[in-house]
Design a protein around this ligand. Structure first.
Ligand SMILES: Cc1ncc(COP(=O)(O)O)c(C=O)c1O
Length: 368
């Protein structure tokens, strides 16, 4: 299998619904993708602007400042202490890493890549790219003997489900028994809403309660796209097992997967500043507080969604019927079927729209 064998980009199927929604007299409310709408924080933009002289090649491993900032961030924000700079690595956004990890780990035909049942589609893309077999499963007991890589995603996209430390530990124990690498995609970890995640930090897979201090075979994957409105910068990173990180570094050097130097400087500034992350979280909280009751009043049930940037909802109808019903009132959602075959009656509603558009969505929903 090669890149050209991948299916057509599935979002093309949404185009007719987008067209219908755009015809609304007050315009479309696009809640279909999780692309940030608020400005990049000035502290980050200024760091980028100060770093435009970038005559030399950047280092694939990242600057010492950036690696130090990642280590500090894990200790300060995720409760993961004791990491050293050789256990972290910047990535050009997370998506390339998600797509390329099976390749970088030398997986191929006969190997299984496990990912969540409701899943960000790129886990499957990465597996298929190398001819490995993707398996959608949330139950470690069901993971096949041939499993070589397990993707966890907490908080989940699309479903906002959080894995607590015990669930992460079960996954790690099972993966170790299988000899599989665990990669935990954690980019929504700062966005906890419902108890206990309104007060308790959402655990990383690198948490001592999960690993007992042994990081072998474990990677945490994180992105600043959402928490810092940096999706356009492509700023992300991973951390974990020193041996694995070194192996990934070697592969990424060969492939030229290095983060542009100005972005490394911007990312270092973003990681050191918690204030903008708190401010952004409050914006999303307010939007969620408007949208969630409006969806419920329109007959949608909210499933999971205790954290993250999405409301994972169903009205007990086929995903495309719900898409059509929402498009009629000018709202574009994401079809649940894009996130695996197990959710034919869900749609994903993103919180990434301006306050004004979220209010417009809520008032339209109250009218249906
Ligand atoms: C679960 C998950 N992982 C990874 C990504 C990729 O993020 P980025 O490539 O912007 O870092 C996304 C983006 O939506 C996501 O939802």
């Amino acid at each position: 299998m090669g890149v050209s064998d991948l299916a057509d980009y599935p979002w093309d199927a949404v185009a007719p619904f987008a067209e219908r929604a755009r015809a609304h007299p007050d315009g479309i409310v696009d809640l279909s993708i999780g692309s940030p709408v608020d400005p990049t924080p000035p502290v980050v933009a200024q760091a980028l602007a100060a770093a435009t002289d970038a005559h030399a090649y950047p280092q694939t491993m990242g600057t010492a400042d950036l690696r130090g900032a990642i280590v500090d961030w894990y200790a300060r924000r995720r409760g993961v202490t004791g990491l050293t700079p050789d256990q972290v690595l910047p990535t050009v956004g997370s998506k390339e890493l998600v797509a390329l990890l099976p390749l970088l780990l030398d997986l191929g035909p006969g190997d299984v890549v496990v990912h969540p049942r409701a899943a960000y589609p790129t886990y499957e893309v990465g597996a298929r790219l190398v001819g490995a077999t993707p398996v959608a499963s949330d139950d470690p007991a069901d993971w096949p003997e041939a499993t070589k890589l397990v993707w966890l995603n907490s908080p989940g996209n699309p479903d906002g489900r959080v894995l607590d430390a015990a669930a992460l530990r079960d996954a790690v124990v099972r993966a170790r028994r299988l000899g599989a690498v665990v990669a935990s995609d954690e980019c929504y970890a700062e966005l906890g809403w419902d108890a206990p995640w309104d007060v308790e930090p959402i655990p990383s897979v690198l948490d001592g309660r999960v690993t007992d201090g042994d990081l072998s075979g474990i990677l945490s994957v994180y992105s600043l796209s959402k928490q810092s409105n940096l999706a356009g910068y492509r700023a992300a990173f991973l951390a974990g097992d020193r041996v694995l990180v070194d192996r990934l570094l070697t592969g990424r050097k060969h492939l030229g997967l290095m983060l542009p130097a100005p972005v490394q400087r911007a990312m270092t500034a973003a990681l050191a500043d918690d204030a903008h992350v708190s401010r952004q979280k409050e914006l999303y909280r307010a939007r969620r507080d408007v949208l969630k009751p409006a969806l419920e009043s329109a007959g949608f049930r909210i499933d999971s969604s205790e954290a993250g940037l999405y409301l994972w909802v169903t009205e007990g109808r086929d995903t495309w019927e719900s898409m059509a019903r929402l498009a009629e009132v000018g709202i574009l959602a994401g079809p649940g079927v894009f996130y695996g075959a197990h959710h034919p009656q869900h749609v994903r509603v993103s919180l990434t729209a301006t306050d004004e558009r979220i209010r417009a969505a809520a008032s339209r929903l109250r009218g249906i």
